[in-house]
Design a protein. Structure first.
Lengths: 305, 183
């Protein structure tokens, strides 16, 4: 009989231990869930300053762009430090899917109409799938619609057309720092002189440093190796600030480029940030500029209830 | 007498094991909304995880912040990047238990009201919370439903003064899940 008591005692103890679960134990019963965490918000918008960033406009979203570039600041107070000599670009970017976006725009300088398509080939991620960078491909076409200078010569429509191909390789290192590399080729059907190359190869580098949740500093530099463009030209350098509010991103910057189209700022930037003129005076080619982006949801995503 | 003790002991051991069933889900629906005259904010997560131990009433929830979907993509980006900082704190969790476990009969089909108390962790801040919900036992599954409020300030979610009128002081949260028995 004593054995029976002992047996039941142990039985009770056994079942009692089954009843006590520990903190955190329950969820661990489900086992490890394999997920991939795709990096978001590498940059605040789909442009760094003049050129594109690896960010895409989300599917069904319209991103309205207004940009201004002004004359050099050295023009002084009479011209309101260049503000009187404004050029503008108005553009509409649209996300077809989360990876494919398109856009159109028109600039006042040379009355250029531009259109582009950008596709995200690889997305930076960690977890089940590890990808160190986001890789996008951009194709941009620009058409100069301004009247030809000389109507006495044979002018071709194709002379108005320029193409740009770009690979955008970007990485969000952490919450604060994102960097991007942009190997680029700008194709000009018509060049200024026979010694100018039709295909100009350039390498761009850009990045941003986030200072607060809604403010970031960014920089963008496009280097054009020598031997491609005849005459004096400058590499485009831009430094700016991104300020994000609810629906807008305000990008305020200083740049030496007058144009907002690829063929313009990569191959036609004429003055460096600091240069010496013919009289050996030190001058600055710095201009002020800004981009404003405003997003509108056109097509609501499905499956939200 | 000894036989009675023996039988009683057996009953105790096996009697309680009838309720030692665990229930779980990997696609619980959690919806939250903030309605102000300035803006309407709503997010839905359809893949929250929950495990409930019917024997003790203990319950654990885990929700991936990046799993909340919004109508506006930019709102979703701001929610993750600026407000909840989901790259630093990827999940919101709850760990607690049903306090009035006797009120719920997991073995019998019916609708029961249950009080739940425990610790909620959002944005790396843990708070004691309490709510009431319903558990509907249907064909061996548990249909769980509850509503409660979450104050942004409680969890160190900072709202910039520019948009302080756009976000409600207390966010309404609605939970709907079907918990199935765990094998």
């Amino acid at each position: 009989m004593k054995k029976a008591y002992l047996l039941t005692f142990f039985f009770i103890l056994f079942t009692a231990s089954l009843l006590s679960a520990q903190e955190g134990d329950l969820l661990s019963l489900l086992g490890e869930e394999k997920t991939t965490d795709y990096t978001i918000a590498t940059f605040k918008t789909n442009r760094i300053i003049n050129g594109h960033s690896i960010e895409n406009t989300a599917a069904g979203v319209l991103d309205f762009k207004i940009s201004h570039r002004f004359s050099p600041v050295r023009q002084g107070v009479y011209d309101l430090f260049g503000l009187d000599g404004a050029t503008l670009r108005i553009g509409f970017d649209y996300g077809i899917t989360d990876r494919l976006m398109v856009g159109v725009g028109r600039s006042s300088h040379e009355k250029i109409i531009d259109g582009f398509a950008k596709y995200k080939l690889l997305r930076q991620s960690k977890g089940e799938r590890n990808m160190p960078v986001t890789l996008s491909y951009l194709i941009d076409a620009q058409i100069k619609t301004i009247k030809f200078d000389d109507n006495n010569r044979e002018n071709y429509f194709t002379s108005r057309v320029y193409y740009t191909h770009q690979l955008l390789i970007g990485r969000k290192f952490n919450d604060r720092l994102s960097l991007q590399l942009m190997p680029t080729v700008v194709h000009r059907n018509l060049t200024v002189s026979p010694d100018d190359k039709n295909d100009v190869l350039a390498v761009g580098i850009g990045g941003r440093i986030k200072i607060t949740k809604r403010v970031a500093l960014n920089a963008e530099y496009y280097y054009v190796p020598e031997g491609q463009i005849v005459g004096n030209y400058a590499n485009s350098l831009s430094l700016g600030v991104d300020i994000e509010t609810g629906g807008h991103v305000f990008q305020l910057h200083f740049t030496n480029s007058r144009d907002m189209t690829y063929k313009g700022f990569i191959t036609e930037t004429s003055e460096d940030w600091f240069f010496k003129n013919d009289e050996d005076r030190l001058l600055s080619g710095i201009r002020f500029g800004f981009n404003i982006a405003r997003v509108f949801t056109i097509k609501k995503p499905k499956g939200l209830d | 007498m000894k036989k009675l003790m023996f039988v009683l002991a057996m009953l105790l051991a096996f009697g309680t094991s009838a309720f030692s069933q665990k229930f779980f889900t990997r696609d619980a629906k959690i919806k939250f909304n903030s309605d102000t005259p300035m803006e309407k904010i709503e997010g839905v997560n359809k893949s929250a995880t929950c495990v409930l131990d019917a024997a003790t009433g203990k319950m654990e929830w885990k929700v991936l912040i990046k799993g909340f979907l919004f109508e506006k993509a930019l709102m979703q980006e701001h929610f993750n990047e600026n407000y909840l900082e989901s790259s630093k704190y990827p999940n919101a969790t709850f760990s607690g238990a049903i306090t009035d476990l006797n009120e719920v009969n997991f073995a019998k089909d019916g609708t029961y009201t249950a009080k739940v108390k425990g610790k909620m962790t959002i944005h790396n801040v843990t708070k004691d919370v309490e709510t009431t919900g319903t558990i509907q036992v249907v064909g061996g599954n548990l249909e769980v439903q509850t509503n409660f409020g979450v104050a942004c300030a409680d969890y160190d979610i900072s709202i910039p003064s520019v948009v302080k009128d756009n976000i409600a002081k207390e966010i309404k949260v609605m939970v709907n899940a079907v918990l199935k028995p765990m094998k």
